[in-house]
Design a protein around this ligand. Sequence first.
Ligand SMILES: *[C@@H]1O[C@H](CO)[C@@H](O)[C@H](O)[C@H]1NC(C)=O
Ligand SMILES: *[C@@H]1O[C@H](CO)[C@@H](O)[C@H](O)[C@H]1NC(C)=O
Ligand SMILES: *[C@@H]1O[C@H](CO)[C@@H](O)[C@H](O)[C@H]1NC(C)=O
Ligand SMILES: *[C@@H]1O[C@H](CO)[C@@H](O)[C@H](O)[C@H]1NC(C)=O
Ligand SMILES: *[C@@H]1O[C@H](CO)[C@@H](O)[C@H](O)[C@H]1NC(C)=O
Ligand SMILES: *[C@@H]1O[C@H](CO)[C@@H](O)[C@H](O)[C@H]1NC(C)=O
Ligand SMILES: *[C@@H]1O[C@H](CO)[C@@H](O)[C@H](O)[C@H]1NC(C)=O
Length: 406
Amino acid sequence: MVDVRASKAAPFYLIFILQFVGIATQNCPSPCFCKGHFEVYCNNTGISEIPKGIPKETTVLDLGGNKIKKIPYGILNGLLNLTFIGLEQLGFTGNEIEAGALNLPNLTEVDLSFNRYMMVPPNLPKAMSRMYFFYNPIEVLDARSFNDYPSLEYFDMSNCHITHIKPNTFDALVNVNTMHIAFTKLTNAGVPDGVFAKNTKLDYLNLRFNHLNGLLKGLPSSLENIDYVGNPIKEIPSNAFEDLPHLKTLGFWNSALSKIDDNAFAGLVNLTILDFMSAAITSPVTNNTFSGLPSLQTLYLDDNHVPSIDIGALRDLKSLTSLWLSGNNLSTLDEEVLDTKYIPNLNTLFIDFNPWYCDCDLRWLREKVGNASYVIQDPHLIVCHGPEKVAGKPWDELKPEDFVCN
Ligand SMILES: *[C@@H]1O[C@H](CO)[C@@H](O)[C@H](O)[C@H]1NC(C)=O
Ligand SMILES: *[C@@H]1O[C@H](CO)[C@@H](O)[C@H](O)[C@H]1NC(C)=O
Ligand SMILES: *[C@@H]1O[C@H](CO)[C@@H](O)[C@H](O)[C@H]1NC(C)=O
Ligand SMILES: *[C@@H]1O[C@H](CO)[C@@H](O)[C@H](O)[C@H]1NC(C)=O
Ligand SMILES: *[C@@H]1O[C@H](CO)[C@@H](O)[C@H](O)[C@H]1NC(C)=O
Ligand SMILES: *[C@@H]1O[C@H](CO)[C@@H](O)[C@H](O)[C@H]1NC(C)=O
Ligand SMILES: *[C@@H]1O[C@H](CO)[C@@H](O)[C@H](O)[C@H]1NC(C)=O
């Protein structure tokens, strides 16, 4: 019985599938690959002309990685629903897109990555809101780059060769919320003060791995996230962020900070993540290094050379849940530093790879292992450097009673 039913049902099912596939392949221009009815992927198919017969319903068209030499005016006419066009990796240098060729009412996303542009080309869609421009050899950004594209909300110019941004470059971008200018060659001399000041909707500024040796000045107060990771920034002065009260995340890992001045983060009431991993910090954490950060949840201080932490250093961090102190130069710590009256919400603590001096003064910390409102991670990696009797021993092999003074 079951077999008969199955063999009757199968043909209906098959016919349905074949019809569906039939429609999809009929409308897909050779040699492209189509997904559903509306996404047409002609990328990396070896074509040198834009194929004929692109369905008028198409929303996504990828032409990248081909030998296409230009985008002629009129060739995409009728693609009224096109929202994304991929023109990546075509070897374009400047004038390959003819005037009007991309003026389609719904075309807002353009991928121009992996080309040979030394400029942002003309004739991009007026309504463009997202531009992918990574891996182009462009060196200088100026006002001509963006004046025609005031609808831009997002751009990614990472991995370009940008050394200079001219004054007023971004003035037209009143809607931009995200800028990725990472892995380029910006120095402080190449970024005029206030060049982002008109971008009053800017939320995320990604400056990872540039050559900045100091913080930028005149940033818009709308910013919530700044990524300075991988820049040789040397110092964070007092009140460095007083004009950026809405900041939620600040990233500095892999920088060259030797000094964080007292009250550097004053006023950042909504800052939740502060990342100083591998930031070359050699100064002690004072009572005022992290003052005034009531929303801070995660503090990464791992892989620095922090020699000591003052008793009241964490007292303002009422929201702190994870504290990363691994890989520093701490030999001891006062019990009051981690007192729950200061940091009532702490739940994860990393203290491994420090030269702990395991005498009676530090016994309290060993007692907290498996015995506190927070978890001390990786006790087998927390090793005593002294006194001699316990030197080299990991904490999971020691008892609190082993922490003695002579
Ligand atoms: C074309 O690009 C899409 C994503 O945009 C990708 O998933 C696909 O693998 C690419 N096709 C070829 C043949 O490279
Ligand atoms: C564009 O999309 C809308 C809604 O999905 C659809 O009704 C319309 O027919 C499409 N236009 C074209 C030219 O395909
Ligand atoms: C495309 O643009 C037209 C004209 O602006 C608009 O009426 C239509 O709804 C848009 N289609 C989609 C899918 O957004
Ligand atoms: C901080 O966040 C709260 C809650 O999201 C918000 O109401 C407040 O305006 C923010 N304050 C600042 C200075 O951004
Ligand atoms: C660590 O601290 C000791 C003194 O406690 C000092 O001699 C040493 O130079 C410091 N090491 C680093 C890498 O900062
Ligand atoms: C740091 O703060 C604690 C707690 O408020 C206080 O006991 C200590 O004296 C302060 N240390 C310095 C150097 O100000
Ligand atoms: C747990 O902590 C308390 C004090 O906080 C201490 O008296 C006790 O000895 C600790 N227990 C262990 C097993 O370390």
